[in-house]
Design a protein around this ligand. Sequence first.
Ligand code: CUA
Length: 347
Amino acid sequence: MFAHLKFSIPKRLLALGAISILAVSCGSAPSAFDPRSTNASSIYNLIVVVFIIAAIVFLSVEGVLLYSAIRFSRKTGPGLPDQIEGNSRLEIGWTLLPAVVLLIVFFVMLRVLINLGYQPTSAAAGDVSQIADGAPLHVIVKGHQWWWEFDYPELKIVTANELHVPVNAIVNVDVESVDVIHSYWVPQLGGKMDAVPGHVNHTWFQTTQAGTYNGQCAEFCGIQHADMRFVVVAESQDQFNAWVQGQQAGAPTLSGAAAQGEQIFLSGACVGCHMVNGTKAQGQVGPNLTHFASRSVFAGGILTNTPENLARWLQDPQAVKQGALMPNLHLSQDQISQLVAYLTSLK
Ligand code: CUA
């Protein structure tokens, strides 16, 4: 029985070690220790400063404790060691010193907090060149069970699960929710911000490096909370301008399977929940699909946008993401492939 235990513990440790290595080696894992925005950097620097202060306090206290335990242990002689009760210099010292340390931490933190709370006011009014000139980009982030909506009111763009921003631009973010409390969080771009129904929270960020950053809902919001993800694409101003142009473009002219798919889409239940600009599909519940094919992910960021995944999703959304609002529409294989042809043409 105990022989069995002897072997099982190292095996568990090995498994734990393997999991940690896997977690670390997973390249796309977002980490607040790899900051890519001005705010994330100041949060990271704060972590380092507070950690160093805490480490100094820990080492000093534990050092004195260990020293005293060894130096004044009973072994070294009979009787009690010198008693220091009533030593006012010592007592004032160990009251003041922690107070000073806490004050330093408080002011260091306050500086970062004030910086994070700064709210760039005016947004670029529908003209992307203003963003290039330094006007903040304005985005309304809406949490839905379980996906993210990104609304650029000045640019008249509504998208889902993929937020595009120009690198180095200041991005003004209004965080809202349509149902329950979510939390908007991109670890490499800044701290968490709660998405509360009926209330607007503000945050902002300024990326310092082009790249794709993973975001995740950080407040338990139901069965698919873990699968409420999104990506932030920070790209050059030119790439962003091209993206804006693509998103503002009208619906493409369709033929063949894509046109048949559009018929199914517009005559079916889809229009009750989804919007495609320029068509009679004006639903507000689900993601706006106007430029669906331009997105890299869908279904709350858990599926890569491929025709295979799309077919799987349309076949039975509940089998992929149990609890999602999209029901199984019991589509035939022909209908699914025509809808896939339609959706993949919405570039
Ligand atoms: Cu939304 Cu957790």
